[in-house]
Design a protein around this ligand. Structure first.
Ligand code: PLP
Length: 378
């Protein structure tokens, strides 16, 4: 389908192509100096002590759970209004996801109050998701974590470049997990990053990423080591030099692109005021600096969403949904009955509008007019 206005679009130019060609010409394709450079640059960017690159954010979340020692019998509190990978990671290590509601129709992030009410003697960790890059209430969440001795993992897949109190998201908890999937604010096709300030954790994450081995191919190549031991049941979750090279270029663009996303978000907010109160725009009162990863709105409860999406499509405008809540998926059906009234309400009404740096202010006006027209239909 050829969209007049797609949901998202990547910002690639000659620089990414040249970076990839450079790696191909070097004939060293994985775990080399480009990956190290990417990790150092990313760590500096988000002000983390360590950054460790992996194949994707799902792998990052998996290794974060493993490195923190989560396992069978442990409960991990997660939002249901997120991508399924957030909760899958908990299950990969045999632990149990416990779903917490979001704050409100305006704040689609995990609710500290809900977290507090779900803590049991088995709770070991909380995974927060900064929805669309808007910061969770980290102060309240860290305070609960300290009180009950819980780890905090940040699913920062949306949040590269986001900040709270001047401090980048992904560095508030024990481990931050970033995604470079093709629709994220910076992309390597598939790719991810783990960040931490804890030296021991960094060491573990690094080892788990590469089969639990004590030395890496790169070190052996450089003559630093000739053999190795395997001390953990690790995985092959390594990124390659080709993706790392793309990542370096993308990282250099992300702040300017985020600025453009924030500016477009403001244009949307202003234009959508004309459709209030029927159409609600979440995160009106957000604090901190957002990466403006996506543009969510809430339709009136009586609107038939499928017909709305089809009508937008007829206007050449691609939309999406963030998210079908995890606790409603077949793979998550169990004996538990979750009490998530806000999640269930917003998940039925949410629509994600197009948002990407190359979008024009006029495109926003076109989208908002199409919303107006489409709502009259239903
Ligand atoms: C994209 C995304 C992930 C998964 O990232 P991958 O890099 O595709 O594995 C996890 N959590 C959230 C909230 C995401 O948006």
């Amino acid at each position: 389908m050829n969209w007049r206005i797609p949901l998202s679009d990547i910002d690639f130019d000659e620089a990414e192509s040249l970076a990839v060609q450079g790696v191909l010409k070097s004939r060293w394709l994985t775990m080399g100096k480009v990956t190290q450079e990417f990790e150092v640059a990313f760590a500096a960017h988000v002000q983390a002590k360590h950054a460790i690159a992996v194949t994707n954010a799902t792998a990052a979340l998996h290794l974060a759970c493993l490195a923190l020692g989560l396992g069978p019998g442990d409960e991990v509190i997660v939002p249901s209004l997120t991508f399924v990978a957030t909760a899958n990671a908990v299950r990969y290590v045999g632990a149990t996801p416990v779903f917490a509601d979001v704050v409100s129709q305006d704040d689609l992030n995990i609710s500290p109050k809900a977290i507090e009410s779900l803590v049991t003697s088995r709770t070991r960790a909380i995974i927060v998701v900064h929805y669309a890059g808007y910061p969770c209430d980290m102060e309240a969440i860290l305070s609960i974590a300290r009180q009950h001795n819980l780890f905090v993992i940040e699913d920062a897949a949306h949040a590269v470049g986001s900040e709270l109190d001047g401090r980048p998201l992904g560095t508030w908890g024990d481990v931050g997990c970033f995604s470079f999937f093709s629709n994220k604010n910076m992309t390597t096709g598939e790719g991810g990053m783990m960040t931490t300030d804890n030296d021991d954790l960094a060491h573990k994450l690094n080892r788990l990423r590469s089969h639990g081995m004590t030395s890496l191919t790169w070190d052996r190549h450089k003559g630093h080591a000739y053999s190795y031991d395997v001390v953990d049941l690790g995985y092959n979750y390594r990124i390659d030099e080709i993706r790392a090279a793309i990542g370096l270029v993308q990282l250099s663009k992300v702040e300017l692109n985020n600025e453009r996303r924030r500016s477009l978000t403001q244009v949307y907010r202003d234009a959508l005021q004309e459709l209030a109160p029927q159409v609600a725009v979440p995160f009106q009162n957000h604090v901190g600096k957002t990466s403006a990863h996506i543009m969510p709105i809430l339709l009136p409860s009586e609107t038939r969403r499928k017909e709305f999406i089809d009508s937008m499509k007829e206007n050449g405008i691609q939309t999406s949904i963030h998210y079908p809540p995890i606790h409603t998926f077949t793979a998550y059906k169990d004996a538990m009955v979750w009490d998530l009234p806000v999640t269930e309400d917003v998940a039925k009404r949410e629509i994600t509008l197009p948002l990407y740096p190359a979008m024009s202010n006029d495109d926003v006006v076109v989208v908002v007019s199409a919303i107006q027209a489409s709502l009259n239909l239903s």
